[in-house]
Design a protein around this ligand. Structure first.
Ligand code: ATP
Length: 766
């Protein structure tokens, strides 16, 4: 016994020496970055003033980023060690570090050399003899946890793919903080497959609640940025989440992994300039999300390319300029036939129409100058006038330009082919029942769409705006001129950035990718914007990779919008079709993805639930089977010990009973968070009872949509009957609500408990 303890403390001491050395290296690297930053800021002339500034900015930006990365990895710098059969030892950590001799002393968790740490299993140790987890408290090694890959000695349990089970369970038992944390130290083999899957093509990560889909997807973002920094720094990575609360919940994971340049957005914010948060009622969401809405928006655009009922007649300075209707039809059809976006085709249409009007003006003038009215003797002048025929090309152009300045002409052409904005077009369409009626195909329930003019944007409107923007186009000629100018400065910038990288040694270290990336970041659009900054502002930005979380909620129209953001179709689609809450969302991945990917997507399934204990999952499983018979929930990795319970309150006593129930739960869990998840109808009243409830407060109050993807130590589900009845996807909503708990679940109801929850421990009443 004493020997065992001695050996253990000797091992702890030995690891402490290594860890202390690693922190010394980290401090040295930070100091180096700080010195380089100071130097970059202080660097002056020598080169031309412009060049000096570029050099300073490139170096300063890189060093600032390097420093931020080094600061972010303080907690748990090193968390693992592997020993292989050939006597080699590797330490795995949040970042790679080298000693003074430039020898690697810590391997970045994303590097190929770190992979055995995550994938070795008892049945397939991959050349390892041991994996060790190091638990640090600040800079001190508090504990170590070993797995020896000795086939004879290891139990051949059911979950043989789980690695570092003791370390994992310790991580899972920790109280929740209201924010998701990183799990680099305990990534599981099945998650590792997701994280390191190829950048190319589309990967669907399907898994039940709590299987680590979100956390794996975020680590994948960090891994892809590390492995393909060249491509992805330049094009950017976009993470799409279901709502702002969810984005806040996950906001700390990537910075903790040293990545701050990923763009995070909800669907409602994907269209620059619009921040939609409200959801449509289910019936409206279904119609807005229907793929036929793309044709509806196209028809609404076409409907604005009009021809007059008869000939076009414009009164100008006492003359009537007349263009035959047939000519108007021909010009409209010609402008349509070029297949340019509406606002660009308008230029062509207006130019052609102005020429017709110039001729019409000449004809009108001709008619007004009848020869017999003129008092002339010259026989030549008795020839019939042909003013229109006499105009040459230049005359016509000059006349056209003059006419464009005439308000009646402009008004007439604006009425026939107006310049349109996406917001104008969609806003008008949804408030005009006659237009909707005329542009919607039969079978699409257009009547539910009609709403008062000026209504606020909903999340379901955003894909329609994006569709409209695509069809309308914008006049980007000024931008193109600027781009050409920037291009000529580009080569110079890149060459210079390369020189800077070489002299600072950053290129050799391979930490910061290519010089062209730096040059681009430095050049930006003259405002020093990063890739992420520019991507957010530009609707047409083509990202290098897009991760969609809670992807089951996206409608077909939302997928059209997302797919436009990633022309290379390099995607990670994360979700669970059993948790779909939106009536317009996915029942099946193929149905949503095949229109774009034509079956070319791969699936990884996550089957182990790291969040919800067995006892709670048993109750949730009954709900799952009620809407998806035959489907089994993921297997819970641990038992919670506290049976979930139902609490019945007298009719009308909800939500008044919630504060006391939530407070009692908070007292039970000690450190951690309580989530009160209510039906939609109860949410406003419940919100008033907990005025300061937020993600960061001990008790948060949410409806099911807001709770999606989140988790709490204890969850109080209020009004299960209301949740079941609130939408056609009510059962899915209840399943989501029940699976938010990591330790304790209370369901509070004021009528009969829904049949589907009969597995709950017969609860107390209050
Ligand atoms: N390998 C791991 N090590 C430690 N904790 C983990 C691991 N994998 C998952 N977890 C934890 O399990 C919980 C659930 O993970 P996550 O939210 O990613 O699941 P999910 O599949 O996205 O769930 P949902 O479908 O309900 O949104 C989180 O607290 C996460 O940190």
């Amino acid at each position: 016994m004493a020997n065992g303890q001695d050996a253990r403390s000797a091992a702890l001491d030995a690891e402490q020496r290594v860890v202390s050395m690693l922190y010394t290296r980290l401090d040295a690297a930070r100091e180096q970055a700080r010195a380089a930053l100071r130097e970059a800021h202080g660097r002056g002339g020598g080169l031309g003033p412009g060049q000096a500034m570029v050099e300073r900015e490139v170096t300063a930006a890189e060093q600032a980023r390097r420093l931020a990365q080094l600061e972010a990895v303080e907690r748990g710098l090193c968390f693992g060690r592997v020993d292989d059969t050939r006597g080699g030892t590797v330490y795995v950590g949040r970042i790679g570090l080298r000693d003074e001799e430039h020898e690697s002393v810590l391997i970045d968790w994303r590097a190929p050399a770190a992979r055995p740490f995550y994938v070795a299993t008892a049945t397939d140790p991959g050349g390892l003899v041991r994996r060790r987890h190091l638990h640090l408290k600040e800079r001190t090694v508090a504990a170590i946890d070993d797995e020896v890959f000795d086939l004879e000695g290891m139990a051949d349990g059911d979950r043989r793919t789980l690695v570092g089970e003791a370390a994992l369970l310790a991580a899972l038992r920790r109280g929740r903080t209201g924010r998701m944390g990183d799990v680099v130290a305990t990534i599981q083999t099945e998650q590792d497959r997701v994280i390191r899957s190829s950048l190319q093509g589309a990967l669907v990560v399907q898994g039940g609640p709590g299987t680590g889909k979100t956390v794996a997807a975020l680590h994948r973002a960090a891994y892809l940025l590390y492995t393909h920094r060249d491509t992805l720094e330049r094009r950017g990575v976009l993470v799409v989440g279901p709502n702002p609360m969810f984005l806040r919940y996950i906001s700390q994971v990537l910075p903790a992994l040293g990545e701050t340049q990923v763009v995070m957005s909800t669907l409602g914010e994907l269209f620059p300039g619009v921040r939609a948060a409200a959801a449509d009622p289910p019936a409206v969401a279904v119609v807005k999300g229907d793929p036929r809405m793309a044709d509806v928006v196209a028809a609404a655009v076409a409907e604005r390319q009009r021809v007059p009922r008869g000939d076009l007649e414009i009164e100008l300075d006492g003359l009537t300029l007349s263009v035959p209707r047939a000519v108007c039809v021909r010009l409209r059809d010609r402008a349509r036939a070029v297949r340019l976006p509406h606002n660009m085709a308008r230029k062509l249409y207006v130019t052609e129409m102005l020429k017709e009007l110039a001729l019409a003006e000449a004809r009108a003038l001709e008619r007004s100058l009848r020869i017999e009215d003129l008092d002339v003797d010259d026989p030549e002048l008795t020839e019939p006038l042909d003013l229109a025929g006499d105009l040459d090309e230049v005359d016509v152009e000059l006349a056209a330009a003059r006419l464009w300045g005439e308000p009646p002409v402009r008004a007439a052409l604006d009425a026939l082919w107006p310049e349109l904005t996406p917001c104008g077009l969609v806003g008008d369409l949804l408030s005009a029942s006659d237009t909707l009626w005329s542009v919607c195909p039969s079978g699409l329930d257009w009547e539910v769409l009609v709403r008062p003019e000026g209504s606020p944007w909903t999340v379901g409107d955003v894909p329609l705006l994006d569709e409209a923007a695509e069809l309308l186009g914008e006049d980007d000629s000024a931008r193109r001129v600027a781009a050409r100018r920037a291009e000529s400065e580009w080569a110079e910038q890149e060459l210079f950035a390369r020189e800077v990288l070489e002299t600072t040694g950053l290129l050799e270290e391979g930490v910061f990718g290519r010089a062209d990336v730096l040059a681009e970041r430095n050049a930006g659009d003259g405002q020093g914007l990063t890739t992420a900054d520019r991507a957010v502002r530009d609707r047409t930005w083509a990202y290098g990779h897009v991760i969609v979380d809670e992807a089951q909620e996206l409608s077909p129209m939302a997928w059209r919008m997302v797919m436009r953001r990633v022309p290379a179709k390099s995607l990670t689609v994360v979700g669970d079709v059993a948790q779909t809450g939106s009536a317009a969302g996915a029942r099946d991945w193929g149905e949503m993805l095949d229109p774009y990917l034509k079956g070319r997507w791969r699936v990884e399934r996550l089957l182990v639930n790291y969040r919800t204990p067995v006892e709670i999952m048993r109750v949730a499983a009954d709900v799952l089977r009620s809407f998806a018979p035959g489907q089994e929930p993921p297997e819970s990795v641990r038992e919670g010990g506290t049976p979930p319970r139902a609490v019945r309150v007298p009719p009308g006593a909800l939500p008044g009973a919630l504060p006391a129930l939530a407070a009692a739960e908070l007292a039970e869990i000690g450190e951690g968070r309580v989530g009160v998840v209510t039906s939609d109808r109860l949410r406003p009243q419940a919100g008033r009872l907990f005025p300061d409830a937020d993600l960061d407060s001990p008790i948060a109050v949410l409806d099911v949509t807001q709770a999606k993807g989140l988790e709490f130590d204890a969850v109080v589900v209020a009004d299960p009957a209301g949740i079941l009845g609130q939408s056609p996807m009510g059962a899915q909503d209840l399943y989501v609500a029940l699976t938010r708990a990591t330790r304790r679940l209370t369901v509070v109801h004021d009528g009969d408990l829904p049949e589907v929850l009969s597995g709950l421990a017969a609860g107390s009443t209050t």
